[in-house]
Design a protein around this ligand. Structure first.
Ligand SMILES: *[C@@H]1O[C@H](CO)[C@@H](O)[C@H](O)[C@H]1NC(C)=O
Ligand SMILES: *[C@@H]1O[C@H](CO)[C@@H](O)[C@H](O)[C@H]1NC(C)=O
Ligand SMILES: *[C@@H]1O[C@H](CO)[C@@H](O)[C@H](O)[C@H]1NC(C)=O
Ligand SMILES: *[C@@H]1O[C@H](CO)[C@@H](O)[C@H](O)[C@H]1NC(C)=O
Length: 594
């Protein structure tokens, strides 16, 4: 056994009663193999919240200085990390060394990959992993955890069948909102849980759900039977694609006619690509069209519903036209009809959308579904009643305008930085994870009349979808020096765009607009650099924030950061994680001063 009884533990008895304990950092017994496992966890999926105090020994007999850890006799017995922005996948054998663990709780994070191996953790009573991005199936060995009392796996992306849990100790079980399939096992224990524990799965059937399982052999003329989750998943995709490509043109035509009878200025979501020849094949009502959904919280609708929705144009950009679609059921979504993405095979597009659909961050506009055909590509996002940063900064200048104060501006900068940092961590294989960051793609939702804002970044992840230089020119990264010089693009192109956003917020100027002296501020950063180099002055500051004198220092710091971000050579720009850290420092100092 790896028992370490440090000298300090002997001192503990003396120290416990007084404040001295705080002065002796290494006190009590702990197990290095457990510490090792936790440090691996920290480094694989840790959030900044964890780093601050996950140092030194995890346990001091029955106590722990580490956030989220509880100890007994030097062993880690509870690991509770709910909603602390853990992101990444768990190393497979990670938890094996925490042999006395009784509670594992990591609800509401962004952990992806397979569920952890818990095979040796015989003391486990509580397993709470709901509301994450776990994929794969529920490991069979979970049914052999002898003391399991509660297991919550809802709101993930789990596939496959439910193993036959039958532990008499089990009192809570929830696997709703996943992509599980097949019959619910007929064990007494599993049959004892209510329907809501199983609902919102793609293909679960049998009691306690009302949906009956198909009688084998399945009568459907679908592709030959497949085994293994992956293959049947692919088969489903194929069926979906076939159904969609057959049904869509017909629906489009119907919708077209239907809309033309309505008198509004509203447009249909899709008013092109009519193919009347397909309409007869599509008349088969059995072939209902499907959309694939990522966020299980959003009530599902089908393509038919979407096409019947009343649509209103929200904006036309270089790459897409954006509509607000109000479905009959009361659901409202944003639909982007994207151009220039036809160089891709269907498989590539679908895979890419699935990757983007898994991203979840409070500062990113969530992609909830998509539709793909040869002629038409739609990306369906959550709808936010909102304005965008461009409008907020530049429109309606003059009388009647509500000024945008510094605190709000700083919080918008930070929110955008968080979204960008998340993208850079979660799309490591993308050359430029966002690629289209500009103020009009930063949506701002003003809550109430006050200064409460929610910031969400949109139009991310398009870079791999575009192939020609001509279409890449429509992205914001085309403003970066490396793009203009035809050099290799990296994620530092995003950092450049982010720097421009900071400058835009601080100066209140539109990049590419006319400057004071009538010359182009096309290179906003060059102009700012000039002013700052000729001795720092407040000349660059937007008049609306000029009055906030106590923050001039922060504004200067951010300006310097922005200038680093917009350095001509990509390698001179800081990484996104570094950028976020420095913004947080500035924000932290600000709130310390308040
Ligand atoms: C578990 O402990 C053993 C030795 O005690 C060590 O070699 C191994 O690396 C540890 N595993 C993890 C995942 O920490
Ligand atoms: C730690 O807690 C256990 C019970 O949880 C108790 O039996 C033991 O005496 C405690 N040890 C110390 C050093 O306080
Ligand atoms: C460790 O950090 C967490 C999260 O920041 C905090 O909640 C907790 O109080 C900290 N624990 C100690 C002992 O400082
Ligand atoms: C299971 O989880 C879902 C989603 O979080 C929730 O709506 C439902 O009430 C839960 N069921 C039970 C019995 O706790």
């Amino acid at each position: 056994m790896n028992l370490t009884l440090s000298l300090a533990s002997v001192l503990l008895c003396v120290a416990m009663s007084s404040d001295v304990v705080a002065l002796i950092p290494i006190v009590g017994k702990y197990y290095p193999s457990e510490q090792e496992a936790l440090l691996q966890l920290r480094d694989a999926i840790g959030s900044p919240n964890l780093y601050s105090n996950w140092t030194g020994p995890p346990c001091m007999n029955n106590q722990s200085r580490w956030g989220g850890i509880a100890c007994s006799e030097g062993h880690v017995v509870r690991l509770v990390l709910d909603g602390v922005q853990l992101a990444g996948s768990l190393p497979p054998l990670l938890l094996k060394n925490l042999t006395l663990l009784t509670k594992l709780s990591m609800r509401s994070n962004s952990i992806f990959g397979p569920l952890p191996d818990l095979s040796d953790l015989v003391h486990l009573e509580y397993v709470f992993l709901s509301h994450n991005l776990f994929t794969g199936s529920i490991p069979f060995h979970y049914v052999r955890l002898p003391n399991l009392m509660k297991i919550e796996l809802q709101e993930n992306y789990l596939q496959g069948e439910i193993p036959p849990f039958d532990q008499q100790s089990l009192v809570t079980f929830n696997v709703s909102y996943n992509s599980l399939q097949g019959p619910i096992p007929q064990t007494d224990v599993l049959q004892g849980f209510p329907e809501s524990c199983y609902e919102h799965n793609s293909d679960l059937c049998g009691s306690p759900l009302k949906k009956q399982c198909p009688v084998p052999p399945a009568p459907s003329p679908s592709p030959p039977p497949t085994h293994g989750g992956k293959r049947s998943f692919r088969a489903r995709n194929l069926a979906f694609i076939i159904a969609v490509s057959v049904v869509v043109p017909f629906l489009v035509m119907l919708v077209f006619l239907w809309y033309y009878r309505k008198v509004h200025r509203k447009e249909t979501v899709m008013n092109a690509g009519l193919d009347k020849r397909s309409s007869q094949r599509a008349a088969d009502p059995e072939r209902a069209a499907e959309l694939e959904f990522f966020d299980k919280n959003i009530p599902a609708f089908d393509l038919d519903d979407l096409l019947r929705a009343s649509a209103e144009v929200l904006g036309k950009g270089k790459l897409s036209t954006t509509y607000k679609a109000s479905l009959e059921a009361g659901v409202v979504v944003t639909v982007k009809r994207v151009k220039d993405m036809n160089g891709l095979s269907n498989k590539e597009f679908v895979q890419h959308m699935q990757l983007l659909g898994k991203l979840k961050h409070e500062n990113l506009v969530q992609i909830i579904s998509f539709y793909n055909s040869k002629e038409e590509k739609l990306i369906i996002y959550e709808f936010l009643p909102c304005t965008n940063l461009f409008e907020l900064l530049h429109e309606n200048r003059g009388s009647g305008r509500i000024p945008l104060n510094w605190i709000t501006r700083l919080s918008i900068i930070k929110d955008v930085a968080m979204a960008m940092n998340y993208l850079h961590q979660h799309l490591p294989n993308h050359k430029v994870p966002h690629a289209n960051l500009k103020s009009s793609n930063v949506l701002i939702h003003r809550q109430g009349q006050g200064q409460n804002h929610r910031t969400k970044v949109t139009d991310y992840g398009y870079h791999p979808l575009l192939s020609s230089r001509r279409s890449l020119e429509k992205l914001a990264i085309s403003g970066s020096p490396e793009f203009c010089q035809g050099k290799k693009l990296t994620n530092k192109a995003d950092v450049y765009c982010f720097g421009i956003i900071i400058l835009e917020i601080i100066t209140g100027r539109i990049p590419g607009d006319e400057g004071n002296e009538g010359r182009e501020v096309g290179e906003l950063s060059e102009w700012v650099r000039d002013v700052v180099n000729n001795d720092w002055s407040t000349d660059i500051l937007d008049v609306e924030i000029l009055g906030t004198r106590e923050a001039h220092d922060d504004m200067l710091k951010l300006t310097n950061l922005a200038l680093e971000c917009t350095a001509a050579a990509p390698e001179d720009r800081p990484k996104m994680s570094e950028v976020l850290r420095r913004i947080e420092e500035i924000e932290q100092r600000k709130s310390d001063n308040d």
